[in-house]
Design a protein around this ligand. Structure first.
Ligand SMILES: N[C@@H](CCC(=O)N[C@@H](CS)C(=O)NCC(=O)O)C(=O)O
Length: 223
């Protein structure tokens, strides 16, 4: 294995990047933070240099063990397999494992893509309407959170699956943050809110929070 310090290409508010930041914290892996500004004119994800790192022009990407890895969930699985000490992000028990992966997948493929920056930009362009864009976001986020709430009724304890932190929790926190950002009403999802409140207290989650990164704009910065 290569012993160079890992490099995480990411953006403070990107939910997929944030999942990996939490995993790196929980696994106690020191890393170099390389900000990729997704919203500045032109977008740094579209540069020739970054497209070589991630041809899909998205964050995160993680350089680790001499490998360049993309896609947050496989990255988290890799970290868990190669650093099995400490918090087990993918539960060993098959029932807990499938439940954690179901919640992670609802978020990864059933919510985040619908509110991804380039998708909502296109919706706004095609419809020429901010209102239609917000309707789209509200519809898909609410639909996704309804599915998560119903999964949590059955699987949650202190966290998404029982009382141990899993990959599902790494996906939940950034997605709830996005819901707040887009003013999605989570009143009907008490388990989502309860688990989120618990996770907000965990030191590694606090450190990985969008408001505490080197590229967090000063108006959002928290200590
Ligand atoms: N499935 C991918 C999703 C990556 C993704 O969509 N990243 C977003 C930020 S959360 C992005 O880079 N968007 C850039 C764009 O929309 O132009 C993962 O989990 O890594």
């Amino acid at each position: 294995m290569n012993s160079e310090k890992p490099i995480l290409y990411n953006y403070f508010r990107s939910s997929s990047s944030w999942r990996v930041r939490i995993a790196l914290e929980l696994k106690k892996i020191e890393y170099e933070y390389k900000p990729i500004n997704l919203i500045k004119e032109g977008g740094e994800q579209f540069t020739e240099e970054y497209t070589k790192i991630n041809p899909k022009q998205e964050v995160p990407a993680l350089k680790i063990d001499g490998q360049l890895l993309v896609q947050s969930l496989p990255i988290i699985e890799y970290l868990d397999e190669t650093r099995p000490d400490g918090v087990q992000l993918i539960p060993k028990d098959p029932i807990k494992r499938v439940k954690a992966r179901i919640i992670a997948e609802i978020i990864n493929s059933g919510i985040q893509p619908y509110q991804n920056a380039n998708v909502i930009k296109k919706i706004a362009q095609e419809t020429q309407s901010e209102e239609k864009k917000m309707e789209w976001i509200k519809f898909y986020l609410t639909k996704g959170f309804r599915a998560i709430e119903s999964a949590l009724v059955e699987s949650s304890g202190k966290y998404c699956v029982g009382d141990e932190i899993t990959i599902a929790d790494l996906c939940l926190v950034p997605q709830v943050y996005s819901a707040f950002r887009f003013n999605i009403d989570l009143t009907d999802f008490p388990n989502v809110r309860r688990v989120y409140t618990e996770l907000e207290k965990v030191p590694e989650f606090i450190k990985a929070h969008a408001h505490r990164q080197i590229d967090t704009p000063s108006e959002l910065r928290e200590n």
